[in-house]
Design a protein around this ligand. Structure first.
Ligand SMILES: [Zn+2]
Length: 401
């Protein structure tokens, strides 16, 4: 143990090769005659009692009949990294509970070491995960970082089966190329086995899903439709608010602080917000009419038969088209254009959960926004797989968390 001013600073474990056991070739793992020894190296091991621990060892080189002179296999490390497997697994497990920066601080190592550990952990998990039994996937786009450039969007593919919900794939951008790349990464067997695909009405996705997974029932997700309706209500509110501020300030007052009450499900608005909302709804303002259309659409999801749902959709679109509210008309036209995919929601009823995509989406946002200090896209991608991929983990004799 190394100490400074009476405080333990580092525990060093000096490892020596067993005299009677030959080193193994790092390529083929077969014992081979010794050749020479390399200079001593260090590997960090799991800290004990909060004190960093290092392995010190001078690796042997062996002369393998097949691979020539190579470094021996080192059981605690892959030879490339200055960390033991145990330490990488240790940091990676903690990095799921703490931010990467916190993990580095708590265990007296660098952010980079935490990153490399998680990367190794995730790569192992991706290489060993099972993809059989994937029947339902959700495809979605996620915005991250600042700005609206193409690179600020990610395409994600989730598994949304009842028995397993996880992130399957993530890639930059939200183009046809991206999604094709994602489906290719999952492999033809997975794509052929799909029964349900859930997505938004984003054109590139619709095209690729139709072309690649034509056998699956393609469902427009309820969560996305609700989002479109909410955005339309909000556009109406903003436009009306700025119109009224000039013409009638007292009326404009009614729209103040109403964004969230308007966007929530009506039945969930309570208290003072409820009173304000009721007053607004009695006013016959454009925002009130938009809100009413949004709330009415909720009934659509309650139908059991496609036929009745279709009749309701006709009725709703008719009302929306006559509302003189351009954002609501736009939603109506969009729904009309994708009617068949919308009805698939009823055909798939009971088979896919409407909340699955939304739930995973929210979790992704927690990761992309959390202050992990991701400096690069690659680091974030790894963090996403790490927290949401439900990946298998390398075996470890050490369990610390
Ligand atoms: Zn060999």
């Amino acid at each position: 143990m190394l100490c400074r001013e009476g405080q333990p600073e580092l525990i060093e474990i000096i490892v020596e090769p067993h005299g009677g056991i030959r080193g193994r070739c790092s390529q083929c793992q077969q014992p081979a005659p010794g050749y020479d020894r390399l200079p001593e190296r260090r590997w960090s091991f799991v800290p004990l009692w909060g004190i960093p621990v290092d392995f010190r060892y001078a690796p042997r080189r062996v002369q393998c009949p097949e691979h020539g002179v190579v470094v021996e296999r080192i059981p605690w490390s892959d030879g490339k990294r200055p960390m033991t497997y145990a330490m990488m697994g240790f940091l990676a497990r903690w990095a799921r509970r703490l931010s990467w920066r916190e993990t580095a601080q708590v265990f007296q190592t660098s952010w980079e070491s935490v990153y490399r550990s998680v990367e190794w952990f995730v790569q192992w998990g991706l290489a060993h995960r099972e993809l059989w039994g994937v029947e339902s996937i959700g495809v979605d786009e996620i915005h991250w970082g600042h700005g609206l450039r193409a690179d600020n969007f990610l395409t994600v593919i989730y598994q949304i089966d009842a028995h397993c919900r996880r992130l399957l794939w993530v890639g930059k951008r939200r183009s046809e190329v991206t999604l094709r790349r994602g489906l290719k990464a999952l492999g033809p067997e997975v794509v052929k086995g799909l029964r349900f695909v859930c997505s938004d009405m984003w054109k590139p996705y619709l095209n690729v899903i139709a072309a690649e997974a034509g056998q699956a029932l393609h469902v427009l997700d309820r969560f996305h439709i609700t989002t479109h309706l909410n955005q339309a209500v909000d556009q109406v509110r903003r436009a009306e608010s700025s119109r009224l501020r000039a013409a009638s300030p007292s009326k404009a007052e009614r729209l103040k602080h109403m964004r969230w009450p308007l966007l929530r499900r009506g039945s969930r608005v309570r208290g003072r917000a409820r009173q304000k909302l009721d007053a607004l709804l009695a006013s016959k303002m454009a925002t009130a009419r938009a809100w009413d259309l949004k709330e009415t659409f909720f009934h659509f999801w309650q139908y059991k038969s496609v036929l009745w749902a279709g009749a309701f959709l006709d009725y709703w679109c008719y009302r929306a088209m006559r509302s003189r509210l351009e954002p609501m008309k736009k939603v109506a036209r969009m729904l009309r254009a994708h009617e068949e995919l919308l009805f698939n929601w009823f055909r798939a009823k009971g088979e896919i959960s409407s909340g699955a995509v939304e739930g995973l989406n929210n979790k992704i946002r927690v990761v992309t926004r959390r202050s992990y200090g991701f400096r690069t896209y690659d680091a974030m991608e790894i963090a996403l797989y790490h927290t949401l991929g439900r990946l298998p983990e390398p075996e470890s004799t050490h369990k610390f968390c």
